[in-house]
Structures are given as structure tokens and as C-alpha cells.
Design a protein around this ligand. Structure first.
Ligand SMILES: [Zn+2]
Length: 398
């Protein structure tokens, strides 16, 4: 499919070093961004669908790097079907699993956790709920796994490993397994903060610095934060990515964001939701965290958007998350909500408001155009201007 979004008021790239793209048009073909800036009448005539953004703002589709995926579009924790499709209506176009720890009766033996990771990875290889790309299958590190297991898993396509829920006496015992997973080319992640499962121990700076995962999962607590003094140590004494989550401690989210900015280390700062959990299902969670950072701290709103898009893409080696030619054509059109105090999406986010989502495109295919089921209406009218194929993109996904 070939599609275009025209009449954009601003284009935010998702790259915090170069956050604005000039022009008002994005042309997409075969799942990728083809060009950004302007398009000729011929370019647009060759498109199957043209979306008129009416002056609203384009950002890359949000990447939530901490989602409690299980199987299908279902969360056992909150007993809800369709949550991923609902997240797409909140602007999230990519979800990365936080490991399949919420699968009821999930296995804890080496063969079981390996099979679970492979099965989850395969089940989401082509399944796109509402158009969302889901990266599932994170091996839950448990005692008994050996080095060869990680090579075997990597050969089967598993590229994520999760420390924090295993039956170890101490979090320090994860150290060799995290090393094996890294050697197999995996991205390693570690629960941070107070224990989220009764009986499991808290994971603080000492553990992170000794085991060196690639990503400190919910560095601001999931949901309970480690002591304040530990944040500076993790920022200054390691190079791991630091994931701030919606379902965590807001005060320490702002603390760690300020620390990474002052340290000149903003590439390491990621936004995710850590949902569905006991904190609930949060389709607008990514936007809440973006607006918390943009309204309660000095962080530029474009940087907060980058932490939710391009920074996640870089750490997780994804081709989405940045609006540039050759990148995945995952685009979200946002605006200020009708009836609010501001008249554009970026000012709304700076004001502490969630934006209106006016359209979501993934892999170059519009998933809905007009009104998200989860946000108030936009001020500007985002609409299908031209459609040359027999499909109604104004309807909600499915
Ligand atoms: Zn989690």
C-alpha cells in the first residue's frame, strides 16, 4: 500500500537531537516512510489513501517497552480482552513484552520457561492486534538455565531476557545468566525497585551495578521505587538504559529524568507503561508519562516524545520510533483536545493534558482516521481526503 499524510502542522521526528522535520507531508510505501517534507500532485495521485491532518501534529508511533503480554490480545491480570487494540487507540504502535510472567500457572523450570518464550515469540510473529506490532517472548531467568540454552533460544528467534522473577536466593545470582544472554545477542532487562511479587527481594543499585543488564526495567519502581540515593549511582556508574514507567513512582521518574539530562545521557532514558498490572490497563499511559515529564519538569516535550519513541527504538534495535525515510511507517497524528486551554498538541502536553489522537498508521496502513475511542475529540479535523481502494479507514480498527 502507498499512503500519505498531508497538511501537517508540525512533524516531530522522535530523535531528540534533531526533533523537528520541515515540511507538512509524509509519504509511505510498502510499510516504510518514503519521504518527509513535501509531495508533488503526482506523488499524491499515486497513493491509495491520503489523510488530511488539517494542521495537526505527526509523531512516531509510541513504543511501549514494558507491556505484560501473554497470548492473544488478552490480559489475565485484569481479565480483559482487546487491551492491545485499545492501546493502539492511545497512540502505541509497538509493544515490547516485559516477559510472559502473567501467563496463568506459568512454568518455572528451564524447559518450561524456554518453551514459553519461544511460543510467545512465534505467536506474535505475524499477529498484529488492531495493527500493532508486538515483540513477545522474553525468557524468564530461572535457576537451572545453562549457557547453551541462550544460544539455542537465540537461534529460535528469542532476543529478550528478563531478570527479577526467578527463584534465586539473591538478585546477585543473575549475573552469569545475564552475561550468557548478552553473549547470545539478547537484550537483557531487570526488574528494579521493591519486589512486585510477595517473597521476591527488592532490586536496588548494588544489584544492577553487579549484574549489568542492558535495561533497568521501571527504574522508578514497578510500582515501588528504590531509595533516592541509588538513582545517581545507576546513572553515573553504569551505561544501562533507564526505563521510566507510568505505573511507577512519579517523583522518582522526574528525579531520574533530571539526572540523565544533567549527565548528558538522554539516549539512555526510555518511557514505558508497565501495564497491564495491578495498576490497571492504561491505553493513554504513554501520553500520561510524556505529559508528566513535559509539564512537571524542564524536559522539552520533543525529548519526552523521543524517550517514548526513538530512544526505545535505539535500545531495542527496532526500525520504528523515528520519522525518517526508510524507517517503519508507524505514525500517530495528535492535536489538542477540543475545549481545553491550548490550541495545539505540543502546548497541550506542556500544559499537562493528554492529546487527542486523530489518526494512527502502522506499517503504512491507516488503522483509524478521525477519532480515537480513548481520547476526547481533536480541535482540528483529521480526515481521509482521498481513498482509491475499497476500505473504510474512518471506522475504528476492526
Ligand atoms: Zn512489569
Amino acid at each position: 500500500m502507498r499512503s500519505a499524510i498531508i497538511n501537517l502542522g508540525q512533524i516531530i521526528t522522535g530523535d531528540w537531537r534533531n526533533p523537528h522535520a520541515s515540511g507538512d507531508t509524509i509519504v509511505m510505501a510498502d510499510g516504510l516512510v518514503q519521504s518527509i517534507g513535501t509531495a508533488s500532485a503526482d506523488d499524491l495521485r499515486n497513493c491509495d489513501v491520503v489523510i488530511d491532518a488539517g494542521g495537526a501534529v505527526a509523531i512516531p508511533g509510541l513504543i511501549d517497552s514494558h507491556v505484560h503480554i501473554t497470548f492473544g490480545d488478552y490480559t489475565p491480570r485484569q481479565k480483559t480482552v482487546g487491551f492491545l487494540e485499545s492501546y493502539l487507540h492511545g497512540g502505541t504502535t509497538t509493544c515490547i513484552t516485559a516477559s510472559e510472567v502473567h501467563v496463568p500457572g506459568r512454568p518455572k523450570d528451564p524447559e518450561g520457561v524456554k518453551a514459553l518464550a519461544v511460543a510467545a515469540s512465534r505467536c506474535f510473529a505475524e499477529f498484529r492486534p488492531g495493527g500493532m506490532r508486538v515483540h513477545a517472548g522474553s525468557i524468564i531467568l530461572e535457576p537451572g538455565l545453562v549457557k547453551q540454552d541462550f544460544t539455542d533460544l537465540a537461534d529460535k528467534g528469542v532476543w529478550l531476557a528478563k531478570a527479577g522473577f526467578g527463584a534465586f536466593a539473591s538478585p546477585f545470582e543473575y549475573e552469569p545468566m545475564i552475561g550468557w544472554a548478552k553473549q547470545a545477542g539478547m537484550i537483557t532487562t531487570m526488574h528494579t525497585g521493591g519486589s512486585s511479587i510477595p517473597g521476591s527481594s527488592g532490586i536496588w543499585a548494588d544489584h544492577l551495578l553487579a549484574t549489568r543488564p542492558d535495561v533497568s526495567f521501571h527504574v522508578n519502581g514497578g510500582p515501588v521505587a528504590m531509595p533516592d540515593r541509588d538513582f545517581a549511582r545507576v546513572v553515573h556508574d553504569s551505561d544501562m538504559a533507564l526505563q521510566g514507567c507510568t505505573a511507577g513512582n512519579l517523583r522518582t521518574l522526574l528525579l531520574v529524568s533530571n539526572l540523565v539530562v544533567k549527565a548528558g545521557q538522554f539516549d539512555r532514558f526510555l518511557i514505558a507503561t508497565d501495564t497491564p498490572t495491578g495498576s490497571g490497563i492504561m491505553p493513554l499511559g504513554m501520553f500520561y508519562t510524556i505529559t508528566h515529564l513535559a509539564s512537571l519538569s524542564d524536559l522539552p516535550v520533543e525529548w519526552a516524545i523521543a524517550a517514548a519513541t526513538g530512544n526505545n527504538a535505539a535500545v531495542y534495535r527496532l526500525n520504528s520510533g523515528v520519522l525518517a525515510p526508510g524507517r517503519d511507517a508507524d505514525v500517530v497524528v495528535i492535536d489538542a483536545c477540543d475545549g481545553g486551554a491550548t490550541d495545539n498538541a505540543l502546548d497541550a502536553l506542556r500544559n499537562g493534558d493528554v492529546p487527542a489522537v486523530g489518526a494512527v498508521v502502522t506499517a503504512g496502513v491507516p488503522r483509524f482516521v478521525g477519532r480515537s475511542r480513548n481520547t476526547p475529540a481533536a480541535i482540528r479535523k483529521v480526515r481521509v481526503a482521498e481513498c482509491r481502494i475499497p476500505q473504510d479507514f474512518t471506522a475504528s480498527a476492526h
